[in-house]
Write a protein that binds this ligand. Structure first.
Ligand code: PLP
Length: 457
């Protein structure tokens, strides 16, 4: 492998240099990409030199998600210590189902899960697992809630007309998961939100009572810690009171912003988290770990066993359940997503993770202030959000975002809330500085000027 590793390290150096000067890759028309980059296979393989050249070309044309002008997604940037951990996980190539095969890697995953449970003040009965993404963490929560509400479900299937509750601003994985779990999309009640995009508690209570009177079995409420568009935080304490009154499972979907549990300053945004039945967050979002690293914990680990354990004599042959992590996970063969988070966390400590989170809120403040001080801009977002939503000069948001993308100037997306469409700038790359954020606005203004000139002609 020496040759490949040498090629790899040279390629990475080239990529990082290229990223400095060309922070945005020029997009290739999707219909042309296979032919233009020679992606198809042939009977014969290609020679070494052509293979290396091809890999380099493909890499250089791939969107640059770690560059200083990437604000398009709810992740971005690069944490070197986490990257090293992920590369090592690939080389080691352990599957996380048994202690026999994972060894210390299982210990690493357990340490992460224990510490997360401790951080959110869950009781000692708590535990968790690492799922293949935030959508799947939400799925696991839903399945545990379903099986806990009607105990016969894992064996007999869904027998009741079960209903679940989530805000209109929550992630689309909730209705999708309802379909997967046999509950059905039509049994999802989308609760209204206030002007900040937070769940309307009165509507939640009304909806649950209405369903009970209609003979449904309400069982699950999903609260969001950082809604996908606005980055809003639902009021967990208030939602908990309603869940307690009606005896419903409370899940907190913190895929986007659940990382605030690492910050003394911002942890109050998830006040009441200790009352939840399950909580998930993506370390590959706020905590800068490479995709994917989604952690789900539940206050009573027996739910994980009841919903996800299955006997398999050919697999579980040594050790006990506590270290055979496959007994509480969604998959059988499972990638090691723990190591990359651990290598980062060990290196920078709790304080380092806290700094990452705080920096994202600081950058958001920089962006909000800039927008507020410039009359050509309209701001739609609020304090305590790292999604900065705005419009510029009444030009449609999608027009500006598409222009910046097609001209390889910046990657930024658009979203909407209560019929307003706007640009959504995500300040999640903690490696960025105030200057980088201000530079983005200059790039946008220059791009728009060009657009205005073209439309005059
Ligand atoms: C609030 C929320 N929940 C869940 C998800 C899904 O996470 P993943 O993309 O890891 O499946 C997202 C993704 O952006 C999200 O914003």
């Amino acid at each position: 492998m020496k040759k490949e590793l040498h090629f790899f390290s040279q390629l990475v150096e080239k990529l990082i240099q290229n990223e400095e000067f060309n922070p945005v890759s020029r997009p290739i028309e999707n219909h042309d990409v296979i032919e233009q980059l020679n992606l198809e296979f042939n009977d014969e393989g290609i020679n070494e030199q052509d293979w290396e050249k091809l890999i380099e070309t493909v890499a250089l044309h791939t969107p640059k998600t770690a560059s200083k002008l990437f604000f398009n997604q709810l992740y971005g940037g690069r944490q070197p210590k986490a990257i090293l951990g992920d590369l090592l996980a690939v080389i080691l190539n352990n599957s996380m189902y048994t202690y026999k095969v994972a060894g210390p890697q299982a210990g690493i995953e357990k340490v992460i899960l224990n510490k997360v449970c401790e951080l959110i003040d869950y009781p000692t009965t708590a535990n968790g697992t690492i799922a293949p993404g935030g959508s799947m963490s939400n799925f696991m929560a839903l399945v545990m809630a379903r099986d806990s509400a009607v105990k016969s479900t894992p064996n007999l299937g869904v027998s009741h007309k079960m209903t679940l509750y989530t805000s209109k601003e929550s992630h689309y994985s909730i209705p999708k998961n309802a379909a997967f779990a046999g509950i059905g999309r039509d049994q999802v009640r989308f609760i209204r939100t206030n002007e900040k995009g937070e769940m309307d508690i009165h509507h939640l209570n009304e909806a649950i009572e209405y369903d009970k009177n209609q003979g449904f079995t309400p069982f699950f409420v999903n609260a969001t810690a950082g809604t996908t568009v606005l980055g809003a935080f639902d009021n967990i304490e208030a939602i908990h009171k309603i869940c307690k009154k009606h005896q419903l499972w409370l899940h907190v979907d913190g895929a986007y912003c659940g990382g605030v549990i690492f910050s003394k300053r911002y942890k109050s945004l998830v006040k009441g988290i200790e009352h939840s039945d399950s909580f998930s967050f993506n370390a590959h979002k706020m905590l800068g770990t490479p995709l994917t690293c989604s952690i789900i914990v539940t206050r009573d680990k027996s739910h994980l066993f009841k919903s996800f354990n299955n006997e398999a004599d050919y697999l579980y042959q040594t050790d006990d359940d506590d270290f055979d992590l496959g007994k509480t996970s969604l998959q059988c063969g499972r990638r090691n997503d723990a190591l990359k988070f651990w290598t980062l966390w060990k290196s920078i400590g709790n304080i380092g993770l806290e700094k990452l989170v705080n920096q994202q809120f600081y950058l958001a403040e920089v962006a909000r202030k800039y927008i507020e001080n410039h009359p050509d801009y309209t701001l739609y977002s609020f304090e305590n959000s790292i999604s900065i939503c705005f419009n510029y000069k009444d030009i449609p948001a999608n027009k500006i975002c598409t222009l910046l993308y097609e001209e390889a100037q910046a990657m930024v997306g658009f979203g909407s809330f209560k019929s307003e469409e706007f640009i959504r700038l995500i300040t999640i790359n903690a490696n960025n500085s105030e200057e980088d954020i201000l530079h983005f606005f200059k790039v946008l203004e220059k791009g728009v000027k060009k657009l205005e000139l073209v439309s005059v002609l």
